[in-house]
Ligand binder design. Structure first.
Ligand SMILES: Nc1ncnc2c1ncn2[C@@H]1O[C@H](COP(=O)(O)OP(=O)(O)OP(=O)(O)O)[C@@H](O)[C@H]1O
Length: 309
């Protein structure tokens, strides 16, 4: 059964269209929802949880339908399938870690004893065992994020929707959070939709990625496929009168992405390119190639290419 299926989902807020005609079919597993701020990621997460309906279009999360005339019971079932970690600070001041997470469990419909038992369990799993009787507002940023993750896990849902889970964390805190999320997927079989504007987060955790920008899906595939679409790039440094050489290799399909005007270039090469061709053209024009080093497009650059076309 697919994790998520969406058919032409559109969401408007007044005259503004936050999501436009989104059609997706995503398998269970760890999926990155990647896009710049304002792309529509949070809107999509809210639709997937049944918090807001689509303006038009239909969809499913596992065996629960979205949209249409969902009854209250349907939305309730959907919320039991899903644990949600919001981006905004959702911690309740004055509560200890255990109280906060058990309260979330009770809100999901768990009996109090069961909710408390699970709260201890998930807090220990998320490395908050020592801190569980301290007030959540005294937690460090990393601990707060883990407490938010704990409340998403308390009812043991098969699906986790995580909105910018590394937001506000230092590098060590980020690594810890990403490691925990990945383990939830791999060791505990959770399906994860990780919404983020950070490609490195997706690379660290996810098998698949959906790129959204301006309310539309701009690309999707496995993280491995995305990496394979990276352009082959080189840094070239030449000496001599290079204008004819430049024109020759341009004619052969080389594209210039950087040029300092003094014979230092960053270029992309066409598929099947052999580096020997650089040297043959250089020879023919009496130009010396001083340096030729591989400098492939970063995933960040690839991502920018995807969202800007
Ligand atoms: N309730 C609302 N009323 C009006 N506009 C809204 C509402 N919710 C979201 N929007 C608009 O929809 C667009 C997409 O917002 P959304 O929060 O889904 O983006 P996002 O990708 O999650 O970005 P961010 O990471 O900044 O939250 C934004 O331009 C936002 O201003």
């Amino acid at each position: 059964m697919p994790l998520i299926e969406l058919n032409a989902v559109t969401r408007r807020f007044g005259a503004f269209t936050a999501l436009s005609d989104v059609t997706l079919s995503l398998p269970q597993g760890r999926i990155g929802l990647l896009g710049p701020n304002g792309a529509g990621k949070s809107t999509l997460l809210k639709i997937l949880m049944g918090l807001i309906p689509p303006s038009s279009g239909t969809g499913r999360v596992l065996d629960e339908t979205l949209g249409g005339d969902r009854d209250a019971e349907g939305n309730w079932r959907l919320r039991r399938l899903i644990g949600f970690m919001p981006e905004a600070d959702s911690l309740v001041p004055g509560l200890t870690g255990v109280e906060y997470v058990s309260l979330a469990g009770e809100l999901y419909g768990m009996p109090r004893r069961e909710a408390t038992r699970r709260a201890h369990e998930v807090l220990s799993y998320l490395e908050l065992e020592e801190a569980r009787y301290r007030c959540v507002e005294e937690y460090s940023a990393g601990m707060k994020q883990r407490a938010k993750l704990a409340q998403a896990l308390v009812h043991d849902p098969p699906v986790l929707l995580l909105d910018e889970p590394t937001s506000g964390l230092d590098p060590a805190g980020r690594d810890a959070m990403l490691r925990l999320i990945k383990a939830l997927g791999i060791d505990h079989g959770k399906s994860i939709l990780l919404s983020t504007h950070l490609l490195a987060d997706v690379e660290a955790v996810c098998e698949r990625v959906v790129i959204v920008a301006g309310g539309r899906v701009r690309g999707q595939g496995t993280v491995a496929e995305l990496c394979a679409r990276r352009q082959d790039r080189f840094r070239v440094r030449v000496q001599g009168d290079f204008s004819a050489f430049r024109a020759d290799i341009e004619g052969a399909g080389v594209k210039f992405v950087g040029d300092n005007g003094q014979g230092e270039w960053r270029v992309t090469v066409p598929p099947g390119w052999s580096n020997l061709t650089f040297f043959q053209h250089a020879d023919a024009r009496g130009v010396v190639i001083r340096a030729l080093v591989r400098d492939d497009e970063t995933l960040e650059e690839l991502f920018l290419r995807a969202v800007s076309n």
